[in-house]
Design a protein. Structure first.
Length: 396
């Protein structure tokens, strides 16, 4: 079939539009399309259209990101595909359901220089970031009346405007609740752009589709701008500092990221409380999970060096240092974000932490260097150390 690839891409986009719209409707209304009792069940198609308030801005930002890559690659006459959108609808099976795993383009042509890698890598995040800023600005300056939340959670009405502080203490409201973290840019919009009398708490932002779409876009922008391997940020950093320096900096950032992601999973306090009030019921339980964690890290580090002993040394060193640091009271209370571990696995095992070599290894001009360092500042502004937290009153 002559247009088989284009038909597949179009179908994937339509399906992704449907799944993100469904996800948006669920987030806005706190109801589900499937497996829910009648008071919490949405009705298709009447409720479906509400989700466009989320799906259109979110997919719009994602599309601008992908076409930033696409048009830059085409500018350099590098063969590339149109975006392949990836639909995903988890509904009640996950606390976070956004309807998609994103989109990818396939660059099948050869990228020959640092400048080409840099330009293609930076074009996507910058394009998406600019549109995300517009969406967030509009969302924060057009917040609905404060009472809007009572149409979603009628039980909150008894607390009036004090509901954020009141419901935070009540397990029936907050147990299992998804709470969003903050990044520097999000804090700026909340503190200097939004009307404080209309601003929702972080555990209710999912019901505000433009802000929810903007928050997710900042989160994915930060992931893409991570200066590691063949991520967009990796292409940018490689263009800025070259192969020799990149092959030192990228692994160091990857190791530090792994250390943060897993910090607090295992502590000295856990060992003291085995079988008592602790999270682990027995020593074998604790050490089984600890061994699984070491093996996981070893897999993540398996491509960091040709010498496989290196991955074992790194894995064991990280675990030992993490445990020893929890001896210090002021540090023991610090938690990493284990939600980053799947991303760590994806980087270490599949995407890689090093960068392909280039034929033309010439330094970037001054304008590109400025733009590159600006993109790393954008990464810092968008990065959220604890992007998603789920409250569990019975948790460790």
């Amino acid at each position: 079939m002559k247009y088989k690839k284009e038909i597949i891409q179009a179908v994937l986009f339509i399906v992704t539009l449907i799944t993100t719209t469904l996800a948006g409707t669920e987030a806005m209304t706190a109801k589900a399309f499937f497996f829910a009792p009648e008071p919490f069940l949405l009705h298709f198609p009447d409720d479906f259209w509400q989700g466009l308030n989320f799906s259109l801005p979110f997919l719009g930002i994602l599309t601008c990101h992908e076409f930033g890559h696409y048009f830059t690659a085409r500018y350099y006459k590098i063969k590339t595909s149109l975006p392949y959108y990836i639909p995903m609808f988890l509904s009640v099976f996950s606390a976070i359901n956004i309807g998609t795993l994103g989109a990818v383009i396939r660059i099948t042509g050869k990228t020959r220089s640092r400048k080409q890698y840099f330009d293609i890598g930076i074009a996507g995040p910058l394009a998406g970031f600019v549109v995300a800023l517009v969406v967030l600005y509009y969302g924060f300056t057009h917040l609905p009346p404060f009472e809007h939340i009572f149409s979603i959670h009628p039980d909150y009405q008894q607390f009036g405007k004090n509901y954020p502080s009141e419901v935070m203490r009540i397990p029936k409201f907050m147990n299992g609740q998804l709470v969003l973290g903050d990044n520097l840019l999000f804090k700026f919009f909340k503190n200097y752009v939004a009307d404080p009398n209309l601003l929702p708490p972080n555990f209710e932002i999912m019901h505000y589709p433009l802000i929810w779409a903007g928050y997710l876009s900042l989160f994915f922008t930060a992931l893409n701008l991570f200066p590691i391997g063949q991520l967009d940020g990796g292409h940018i950093l490689y263009g800025l500092i070259g192969k020799k320096n990149f092959n030192i900096v990228s692994p160091v950032i990857f190791i530090a990221f792994a250390f943060f992601a897993g910090f607090g999973l295992f502590t000295i306090e856990d060992i003291k409380n085995i079988g008592a009030t602790g999270y682990y019921q027995s020593e074998s339980d604790f050490f089984t999970w600890l061994l699984a964690y070491v093996l996981f890290l070893r897999i993540c580090f398996s491509r960091i060096s040709e010498n496989q002993l290196t991955s074992w040394v790194l894995s064991l060193s990280i675990v030992v240092v993490q445990l020893l640091l929890t001896y210090i009271p002021s540090i023991a209370s610090i938690q990493g974000f284990s939600g980053f571990l799947p991303f760590l696995f994806l980087l270490g095992r599949f995407l890689g932490i090093y960068h392909p070599e280039v034929e033309i290894d010439e330094p970037l001009d001054f304008k590109r260097q400025l733009l590159g360092w600006l993109s790393l500042i954008i990464f810092i502004l968008c990065f959220t150390p604890y992007p998603f937290m789920q409250i569990d009153f019975a948790a460790k």
